[in-house]
Design a protein around this ligand. Sequence first.
Ligand SMILES: [Zn+2]
Length: 172
Amino acid sequence: MDIHDLSHGVKAFMSPRGGPSFGLIQTTAGYVVVDTTSYPSVIRGCLENVEVSPSDVCLVFVTHSHTDHAGGISLFDCPVLAHKLTYQRIIKREKSKEIPNLPTEYFEDKHQRDIGGVLFEFMHTGGHTPGSSVVWLPETRVLFGGGCPKLAQRLSCPATGIFAGLKSLPGS
Ligand SMILES: [Zn+2]
């Protein structure tokens, strides 16, 4: 994967052929991971490239339920946050698996959290899936949109849920 430094301590790992991507944000409390790729081995390898261990991660946020974003959850022992609809959908799918990829907590509509001095604003947008959500970092003005903005762009479709969510961003 290509690694992009978006801001100080904020990286995006982008698959060059449009496959699963994820984000990594450094805080004084540990790292926050946004999405987990398709498999634990894939995200483990990417984190090794930047010398981050799964045990250095203090929170995982999953933007939506699709397995190319939620398939690596089982690598992590920390809390795993998702929107309520995503949480319910993943648990239904994964509960009978030998090594399930399970979120541990959910939010509804909007959720704001300070993690190690970095402000995170989690917002439900819908659109790509019923539970699709984004996370906005107001201090660095970085938005992790999961598959939503890219998919909307590719399809040239008015993804009203996404853009309604984005309009509510402060300063946008
Ligand atoms: Zn998806």
